[in-house]
Design a protein around this ligand. Structure first.
Ligand code: GDP
Length: 175
């Protein structure tokens, strides 16, 4: 059981191909902002936000990958001690969806079985003709991997809070 008044801090890694919206999601959730050309802040490993889940104070530390994801050069330090994970792909980038399986495996290898969600971001761009992802396929993958599935628009602030609330909740259930 948790001791009273003890704050729970959870390291969350946000993982997926480049340009799917990981940094934007972290910025949105922690700072409440969305910018089209957000430049990653050098030297900042993570941003954090506090929330209350079932009367429990929870601090989420959201770790960004600093743009190294395409080079497979993310250091062990990034994954070390991760307690929850967001797997992100983009509505407009089929390749990013196809890469989810290998991201999921990577997380499993580095940190084992931790609370994880599958997120389809940029659903505000569903009407774009190129590379459109139909959600049945994504739901199928979520089922196969036994993951909760969310569709978000970081741009329009749709479902972003729900993703992190779910993860915090799921994490607390395991304590
Ligand atoms: P990262 O490389 O995965 O961290 O992706 P970024 O956060 O840098 O986002 C890549 C681009 O996608 C940026 O131009 C963002 O503004 C844009 N973006 C992120 N989320 C959304 C979204 O939900 N909708 C739209 N239309 N654009 C988004």
């Amino acid at each position: 059981m948790l001791e009273e008044d003890m704050e729970v801090a959870i390291k969350v890694v946000v993982v997926g191909n480049g340009a799917v919206g990981k940094s934007s999601m972290i910025q949105r959730y922690c700072k409440g902002i969305f910018t089209k050309d957000y430049k990653k802040t050098i030297g900042v490993d993570f941003l954090e936000r506090q929330l209350l889940v079932n009367d429990e104070d929870v601090r989420l530390m959201l770790w960004d990958t600093a743009g190294q994801e395409e080079f497979d050069a993310i250091t062990k330090a990034y994954y070390r001690g991760a307690q929850a994970c967001v797997l992100v792909f983009s509505t407009t980038d089929r390749e990013s969806f196809e890469a989810i399986g290998s991201w999921w495996e990577k997380v499993e290898i580095e940190v084992g079985d931790i609370p994880t969600v599958l997120v389809q971001n940029k659903i505000d761009l569903l009407d774009d003709t190129h590379g459109r992802m139909d959600h049945e396929e994504a739901e199928g993958l979520a089922k196969k991997l036994k993951l909760r599935f969310y569709r978000t628009s970081v741009k329009e602030d749709l479902n972003v809070n729900e993703v992190f609330k779910y993860l915090a909740d799921k994490y607390l259930q395991r304590l």
